[in-house]
Unconditional design. Structure first.
Length: 199
């Protein structure tokens, strides 16, 4: 019984990956173009997430600054909301929902990109960060689930939404990680050309 339940998790995830491959190819390509435009113009990628997606934001920033699967010069990226002392201080002064927005206001520049990871799409801190990014003339890339009415309502025509066609947070986050790896791979290929990774 337990083994069957475990197998079912794998089957559900695999089915969603196949479905998401068709659904997300175009928005991911749009996201790659937005990131490339930003990076090649001397801008930076700012990344943040809600809940457990904060760790995914850190991981993406590390892959840009360091490397994904092959050596290359570092790309300007920064994960927001990961400095616990800074976040606690900002939360005390401005409220927990303004922690990410304050960092975008202080560090974001016109032409930068804010990539948000919000499986539920209704996190007030993430929505406030998106509003701050728009105030700084930044493009927003929003990784969400199927239902993200609060966040989707904030997006502009120049923004990109990568909406995983599912409602369960665990499945959405699994696809977000795969989609982030696709983003990293595509950026590397566009910057350095095709070659086998050194993974």
């Amino acid at each position: 019984m337990l083994e069957q339940r475990i197998q079912q998790q794998f089957f559900e995830s695999a089915d969603l990956q196949v479905q998401a491959a068709d659904t997300l190819a175009r928005p991911l390509a749009d996201a790659v173009h937005a990131v490339l435009g930003c990076i090649t113009a001397g801008g930076k990628l700012m990344v943040c997430g809600s809940g457990g997606s904060t760790a995914d934001a850190q991981h993406l920033a590390a892959q840009f600054v360091g490397r994904f699967e092959r050596e290359r010069p570092g790309l300007a990226a920064l994960a927001l909301g990961t400095d616990s002392v800074l976040s606690q201080s900002l939360a005390r002064e401005s409220g927990i929902n303004d922690v990410l927005a304050k960092q975008v206001q202080a560090l974001g520049l016109p032409g930068d990109v804010l990539l948000v990871l919000a499986p539920a799409g209704d996190d007030e801190a993430v929505i406030a960060a998106v509003q701050s990014a728009h105030g700084k003339d930044m493009t927003v890339i929003a990784f969400t689930g199927r239902q993200a009415p609060g966040l989707a309502a904030e997006l502009m025509e120049t923004d990109v939404q990568v909406a995983v066609p599912h409602d369960r947070a665990a499945r959405i986050r699994e696809i977000h990680v795969l989609a982030l790896h696709c983003l990293c791979d595509a950026v590397d290929v566009q910057l350095m050309g095709e070659q086998e990774p050194n993974a």
